[in-house]
Design a protein around this ligand. Sequence first.
Ligand SMILES: [Zn+2]
Length: 289
Amino acid sequence: MQANAFHKMLLLLPLAFYQSTNGMEWNYLKNGKDWEDLCSTGKHQSPILLDTKTAHKLVSPPITFWNYYKLLKRPFYIRNNGHSISLDIPVTSNGRKPFITGGRLKGRYFADGLHFHWGSYKSPGSEHWINKRRYDAEIHIVHRNEKYKNIAEAVRHKDGLAVVAIMVSIVRKDNAKSTPLSKLMEAVVRVPIENSNATLFGQSSLDQLIGGVKHKDFFTYEGSLTTPLCDETVSWIVFTEITTVTISSVSKFWLLRDHWGNRLINNYRIVQGLNDRTVFYRTARSSKS
Ligand SMILES: [Zn+2]
């Protein structure tokens, strides 16, 4: 029996090796420049440079947050997936799923997951740039069109996903301490290595987790996921109001480890070409609300 088990192990070894070297695993060492074999090569990729001066002015309703202000059901589960820290968004304490409408979206998009992109102690690490500036970190809330039953199905359709992006800036102010967002960020010390999980018992609404940013002013454009397989099925909504945290919160991310045990830092993809796309910029002033 033991010999048999040993032979099975030998048979499995080449498969494991094949998977780790043939594109099943990827990393941020080149910030996505080496993802050609993994990513679709379309012309509508993300992230991109955003500029309030050159964007096309959009007159539209604001993004409306539904159930974003209600407390979420406890507890929260966070995970180090080797590429980021992700949080599965639970229903609210009265059993409702947060969702968004408005902007250029047609229909309702349900909030599914939240994750972060960050830099290192040397440099900032947001994915999108606003007015020639890269921010310290970026929060993504991935929403799926209610037409599709899960993310896997939504990702196969052009109108499948809407990702809300919020820029994070490091400040010295004490009022950025002990917020639900800073508590979530500091909790990442509990998921230091790939596939580690932690349960958080604090209470928060989804709006509090993104620092309560106003959602009347935003960029919106059609793009892709910024991680393999980079599917071009994302309506991006990037808010121009920045959320703030202290360095003690952001610096917790710089200690995390990836799949190979290397530091999980600078987990952003380099900016992609705009090509034939239009970036829209919506403000409360231009839309009168
Ligand atoms: Zn992301």
